[in-house]
Design a protein around this ligand. Structure first.
Ligand code: GLA
Length: 395
């Protein structure tokens, strides 16, 4: 799959620009084991990069002209780095321009380039194709033009692009996972300090299976930004009563319970979820290092209940997929993954039973919603990389 992606992206570049691309970059999507909607609440998250990628075939130009070719969409966008870079109608272009405008303003990037990109990360499935796009561009520009960025810079630039050019006030999890991913490692990220540790992604008898509801979301129109406003309002009220609370990290469940009336029903449920979820990630990290998969599965399922009932970012189809595996003995845990309002569920499933499960759930899902279920058995892979430079393979 990866080889084919690289080959067709490269060939398309050659066809359009009549020369081979100077470099090929790969930028992965991500999964998240646990820690949902807490990255922008100073919590911990446990994501990992996966073997689904955006592939970029790139060559520098001698002048400041740029051509972006989105092969899968059959669309192109041309501009000049000397022009003022601002958001445009085409959303995919904004993810890229948002990164470039920062590189231009802060790091003096003015030289042009041609890019063809193509992807195996399904869009709107909660696998962070947008972060892969932002980070791939940041990483590629840094490598080609020697901008001196750190990996952390690249992740933060990607996040800022989303805030300023796309309009989604996302946290740092997706970009961080895309850039910092390591083969067979889960990242435990402290979203407050960006300190992180890697955990062995060894699930022994179990594997991670994604069930894609095929319900597409865009966080621009989903309730994502509203959730951020709700928790910010909640935190303010909590801080008025408990000035020692700096972030949700040092807010306890009891404090939230005590302020139930003052917070009001909705904000109370949002804050309660956040405090519980931050703790669940710590418990999950302990369970993973002790190979206690039963516990890990239970925590994942608890997260889902919180996301669905308290944070209210699930949807009917995803709830159905999670409920449907609840009584399957071969499934230890299941929950919606990512921003929500559609996308995938992530399931901890006994190895070897995946196909039977996919078959059963697909039939039930098609009966209930008339939608075809997709399933992905993902592998945990390394983060954004330069795959080939001047056709000398470097990995
Ligand atoms: C989206 C955002 C992330 C994170 C998740 C929910 O993927 O981009 O920053 O908030 O939703 O955990």
């Amino acid at each position: 799959m990866k080889k084919k992606l690289i080959q067709h992206t490269s060939e398309h570049f050659e066809k359009l620009f009549h020369s081979q691309p100077q470099s090929i970059f790969l930028s992965p999507g991500r999964i998240n084991i646990i820690g949902e909607h807490v990255d922008y609440n100073d919590g911990f998250v446990m994501p990992a990069a996966i073997n689904k990628y955006i592939c970029f075939a790139i060559s520098k130009n001698e002048n400041s002209e740029c051509a972006l070719i989105a092969k899968d969409l059959n669309e192109a966008y041309k501009f000049d780095m000397k022009d003022e870079l601002k958001p445009v109608e085409k959303m995919w272009v904004n993810y890229i321009l948002g990164v470039l405008s920062q590189l231009k303003d802060k790091y003096g990037l003015v030289q042009g380039f041609n890019i063809v990109f193509s992807s195996t990360i399904p869009m709107g499935a909660g696998l962070s194709s947008s972060a892969a796009l932002e980070c791939g561009i940041g990483y590629a520009m840094n490598t080609l033009f020697d901008l001196g960025l750190t990996k952390e810079n690249i992740a933060l630039i990607g996040q800022k692009s989303e805030h300023t050019f796309v309009g989604v006030n996302c946290g740092i999890m997706d970009q961080f996972a895309s850039v910092f991913g390591k083969k067979n490692k889960v990242i435990k990220l402290d979203c407050n300090t960006l300190e992180h540790e890697y955990y062995k992604a060894d699930f022994k008898k179990y594997s991670l299976l994604l069930l894609d509801s095929n319900v597409k979301h865009t966080h621009l129109t989903s309730g994502y930004n509203v959730r951020r406003q709700e928790v910010e309002a909640g935190l303010k009220i909590i801080q008025e009563h408990f000035p020692q609370v700096k972030t949700f990290r040092n807010c306890t469940e009891n404090m939230v319970l005590e302020l139930k009336e003052k917070l009001g029903d909705t904000v109370f449920r949002r804050c309660h979820f956040v405090v519980k979820e931050i703790q669940r990630v710590l418990d999950a990290a302990a369970a993973l290092s002790q190979s206690d998969f039963k516990k890990l599965g239970e925590l994942m399922s608890e997260t889902h209940q919180g996301l669905s009932k308290e944070y209210e970012v699930s949807c009917e189809e995803i709830d159905f997929l999670v409920d449907a595996v609840q009584h399957e003995k071969t499934v230890l845990g299941s929950r919606m993954m990512g921003g929500g309002f559609g996308g995938c569920s992530i399931n901890l499933v006994e190895k070897g039973t995946e196909e039977t499960l996919i078959k059963t759930i697909s039939e039930r899902y098609a009966d209930a919603f008339g939608i075809e279920l997709k399933a992905y058995k993902v592998k945990i892979s390394k983060g954004t990389t330069l795959y080939k430079d001047n056709h000398a393979a470097i990995q």
